[in-house]
Design a protein around this ligand. Sequence first.
Ligand code: ADP
Ligand code: MG
Length: 779
Amino acid sequence: ESPEGQKMQKFRRSLPSYKERDALLTAISQNQVVVVSGETGCGKTTQIPQYILESEIEASRGAVCSIICTQPRRISAMAVSERVAAERGGKLGESVGYKVRLEGTKGRDTRLLFCTTGILLRRLLVDRNLKGVTHVFVDEIHERGMNEDFLLIVLKDLLPRRPELRLVLMSATLNAELFSSYFGGAPIVHIPGFTYPVRSHYLEDVLEITGYVLTPYNQVDDYGQDKMWKTQKQGVRKRKSQIASIVVDALEAADFKDYSSKTKESLSCWNPDSIGFNLIENVLCYICREERPGAILVFMTGWDDINALKEQLQAHPLLGDPSNVLLLACHGSMASSEQRLIFDKPENGVRKIVLATNMAETSITIDDVVFVVDCGKAKETSYDALNNTPCLLPSWISKAAAQQRRGRAGRVQPGKCYHLYPRCVYDAFADFQLPELLRTPLQSLCLQIKSLKLGSISEFLSRAIQSPELLSVQNAVEYLKIIGALDEKENLTVLGRHLSMLPVEPKLGKMLILGAIFNCLDPIVTIVAGLSVRDPFLMPFDKKDGGFHFGDGPIHREFSSQTCATSSTCVVWNALFPALLEEWWRLGPELAESAKSQFSARDYSDHLTLVRAYEGWKGAEKEQNGYDYCWKNFLSLQTLKAIDSLRNQFLSLLRDADLVDYKFGTSNVNMWSQDEHLIRAVICAGLYPGVSSVMNKEKSVALKTMEDGQNSVNAREQKIPHPWLVFNEKMKVKSVFLRDSTAVSDSVLLLFGGEISHGSFDGHLKMLGGYLEFFMKPT
Ligand code: ADP
Ligand code: MG
């Protein structure tokens, strides 16, 4: 074996899970269900499935064993499988493989497969007994993700039918008893882990130590952008926004009597709505200057604020200097090359700073972290069942999550954790986060329950660890009926069956199917791919100090990959073309707007605008100047490439489902020669019942600018010549916005959407000459 391989084996034997190897193997062989709990980083994910694989090989069952280990996130399924393949000295796709939505490497000899939870659920659709599978690991169950909770109900039903199947549940925190009792008292194996003590500093201590003074003015960042904070500090207390509400009372009760008056004054100005970019910058500087070596892990809410903070830090003389600091981001949409850098040790004297989402809380372990900075928030999807609107808002984390974040600092030596909120606020946090099943729309889930033939939706969900509200279930079922995926008696229709096979939301799946039927798939696939990736339009927006930055970020990342792989873009570009960049930033927003409206061609549709931009880029790519094209038109090359590859994947999926005319793709269809009204109608049919009247009060809502700087083309139009806007998403981010809308006429809405007030969708479908009738039959 190579020295590298030997080192790896030695490392594996040093992990806490190794000591429990025999106990684990015995428990798993003697019990159908075992719950494993242990400190993050102790070796659950990477080691335990390998122990099984190795013991099966020893017992000469290597050729017949088949182990599946689910991960809640695609990025961790990929990272973990790569790591495990490396530990086994092979290539990914040999004995170890992975599979995530539309992607994966799995070979004939793959015995250990890491996949997302969604992939296993999809497999259950066609293989309800998991034939041939010997072991299922469900990882990170403490997170209480919707798919995991759902999978557990399905597996619980499956176990009696497959007595030899082994189920291992893995969890990081201490509520292992909850899962054990759900499975009738399954044994728990706890892996004792050793971590060094971590000292906690709350906001009041941070202010004392660093001497930083909070004012209403220095806490204005992405989330506190409205000028309100600039007017008066009393505002801080008065305003009861979503995120502030739990802290107001806590702050009122606290007196901070042991703290200096300067700190007390500062605390009274604290803006709980702000992530506090300046405060974070200050704390990072303090650690870099005053503390011993060791990596810093900063917990933020999402890739947008990570990118914004990264840019701010890159402009800082100390933190932005690559000879002092290696600044990295860690979030779900980072490139895999970037992902590997996170685990690497930086050169001597260089301090690694990783800006991460809550992904780094449990699923990814960075070993050399000594300092943690915790902003106390995470972006959380929530669902307002009463108003039937999904929301995506940064909200306070739970006590369990805060402890988990703190623990990340004690992996290699005693560490420190800086919580950027007062102790009294921590005390007001909930113990655990609400399970996702209780806070998200349930449409896709309900569709899956039906296609897995699991009986009545509400009866099935009542068997979950914690069942969702009845109202959310009713809303979801109602939606599925309106779009024709379920019939009146809650039976799956043919359309519903097709929708459940497509790995996209029902509305996007419906668009694809209708695009295929009405023979305008080319633009529709582009739209669906665009809606599944993200908006490729980059909108530079006004930042507090008059500079501009990009809401989307990738354009900067793209620059760095084009110029020099790791160093900070701004620095490179500032050095090369300071005047140009300055000018460009000054004019940026205006230029971006006019670039986008040129694509919109005044047809009042964000969806068609996207298609034009994509097609323009494809044309430019053929002439080798796709990059220039993006640069000129404020488009993200990375996003367009992602859309392009997703397009191909959708097309092959539709071909497999026999929904695509085989001629498609061979003849070069030019979309604009196709009937544009038809395309608009298919968009409408997919997005229905997401309709808003242009005259409606929501008009003003649609016309506002999204907070992240992304505008609908319809936001700029003075007068929209159609009465309706069909929209992709109504989002509550402070107030309600329509994101991505297309204007449609009365007749289109009637024929393809359904009637707003009298809503008889079936009736209108019949008017389509029976085209769709076939799809409405119960299965
Ligand atoms: P757990 O699932 O218990 O949180 P893991 O099995 O993910 O732990 O990780 C065990 C150890 O393996 C980690 O502490 C880390 O040191 C190491 N490790 C895991 N993934 C990687 C990776 N991609 N690169 C380097 N080291 C890794
Ligand atoms: Mg793990």
